[in-house]
Write a protein that binds this ligand. Structure first.
Ligand SMILES: C[S@@+](CC[C@H](N)C(=O)[O-])C[C@H]1O[C@@H](n2cnc3c(N)ncnc32)[C@H](O)[C@@H]1O
Length: 396
């Protein structure tokens, strides 16, 4: 703004937005909207103004527009806790059809409160949330992944992941520098997390309230085990990683997050796990084993520590040009070893070779993502990679 220093200008904007928020609470919505629009006219990326407009639209009954404003506010500043909270609340209202809590929309709730409501009711709504999209095992098709991103389930999990990032920003500093800032918004991880979640939904229906001991093998430090621990009461989740620097931040996040099930973390190497035989009912491992050479050792350890009848939910990358791990021929050998040890659920790929399937050119690959959503790649020159997701059961 001409004639005004940046500092003065941001103080003015903050005063205007405070007044806007007061007007919103007092229900002078038209006036509040005009003021937000005035801020956006000079700074169309202002996350606080976008969030405030979301609240106004919501209170005017324009739920779809409200949703877009919260989404936009978070896109411009993913640490905007109010926007994350409002988005979570909105998803909760939409999906549970519960009466809106206007106080929560004024930013007086807490992220973990909203997350708890959302995730506790997730499995009740799961089939509707998927909007008819099937999350099949094997190599995901690019078209299925695209369809999945349009579902309520995707938006719900995205809201929870965004809330987790905003709430735990400081505790995630080390992990974000070492790996990625936003694991959910990675080219294949969007599919992988929902694949594993879908299997937990199936387990929830089959096993009901039975207490299950679960291992997250190579957990890193992401929202995902926290989401799983929030959706079910009867889980005892052990996260493990060989990176001991994750223990401190993990403990911080556990202490500030309300979950239904218990969560613990230990330092352990998947090639030589210190857990006793038959210790777990379920193991899941997302995008981890491709960072290792001794794949058979890891499979044998997973087999050993699973109970008879237990299951392994596994996802891993496959390098199409063989320039990184896991090249197609090594992935074929790995699948051979897995299928000799366990019974794999029907992946539709058991009879055709991986390269035949990949060459049909319909798979979700980094090349496909590079053309369509390059912002989802960890770096622009990443070689051509796809991924494999499946469930392997140990005989009873
Ligand atoms: C790409 S990150 C994936 C993290 C997480 N599973 C997720 O879904 O985003 C890989 C993680 O696996 C861990 N990891 C790799 N090999 C491991 C091994 N042999 N034992 C334990 N952890 C391992 C790394 O330290 C890292 O935290």
């Amino acid at each position: 703004m001409s004639g005004m220093t940046d500092d003065k200008y941001s103080r003015l904007v903050s005063t205007v937005l405070k007044a806007t928020s007061k007007l919103t609470v007092e229900n002078h919505l038209g006036c509040a909207e005009t003021m937000c629009q005035a801020v956006l006219a000079s700074d169309n990326n202002n996350s606080s103004a976008l969030n405030q407009l979301g609240v106004i639209k919501y209170l005017q009954g324009k739920v779809g527009e409200a949703d877009l404003f919260f989404e936009n506010a978070l896109r411009n500043d993913h640490t905007n806790i109010d926007a994350a909270l409002n988005r979570l609340n909105l998803r909760g209202v939409l999906l549970t059809q519960s009466p809106p809590d206007n106080a929560a929309f004024a930013g007086r709730g807490t992220v973990e409160g909203a997350q708890a409501v959302l995730s506790e009711t997730m499995f009740e709504h799961f089939d509707n949330l998927k909007n008819g999209v099937e999350i099949k095992p094997g190599i995901p098709l690019a078209s299925s992944c695209e369809a999945l991103t349009g579902t309520e389930l995707f938006k719900w999990v995205e809201a929870i992941s965004n809330g987790f990032l905003a709430e735990n920003d400081r505790s995630l500093t080390y992990y974000k520098q070492k790996w990625v800032k936003d694991p959910f918004h990675q080219w294949s991880r969007r599919w992988e997390y929902l694949f594993v979640l879908d299997e937990f939904y199936r387990l929830n229906r089959v096993e009901g309230k039975k207490k299950l001991r679960v291992l997250d093998g190579g957990s890193g430090l992401t929202f995902f085990p926290f989401l799983i621990a929030s959706t079910q009461k009867a889980l005892d989740i052990e996260c493990c990683d060989y990176d001991d620097q994750l223990l401190g931040p993990f403990g911080e996040i556990v202490s500030r997050t309300k979950t239904q099930s218990t969560l613990n973390m230990s330092v352990a190497d998947l090639r030589d796990l210190r857990f006793p035989d038959g210790a777990f009912d379920v193991i899941y491992s997302i995008s981890v084993i491709e960072h290792n050479k001794e794949l058979d050792k890891i499979v044998d350890e997973f087999y050993r520590i699973l109970k008879p009848g237990g299951e392994l939910i596994l996802t891993f990358d496959i390098s199409i040009d063989g320039s990184r791990d896991i090249p197609i021929d090594a992935a074929e050998r790995l699948l051979g070893h897995l299928r000799r040890s366990f019974k794999e659920v029907e992946s539709g790929l058991a009879s055709s070779s991986l390269s035949d399937f990949i060459n049909r050119n319909e798979s979700l690959t980094t090349d496909f993502v590079r053309q369509n959503n390059p912002e989802l790649l960890p770096f622009s020159s990443v070689p051509n990679v796809t991924c494999y997701c499946s469930v392997f059961r140990k005989a009873s």
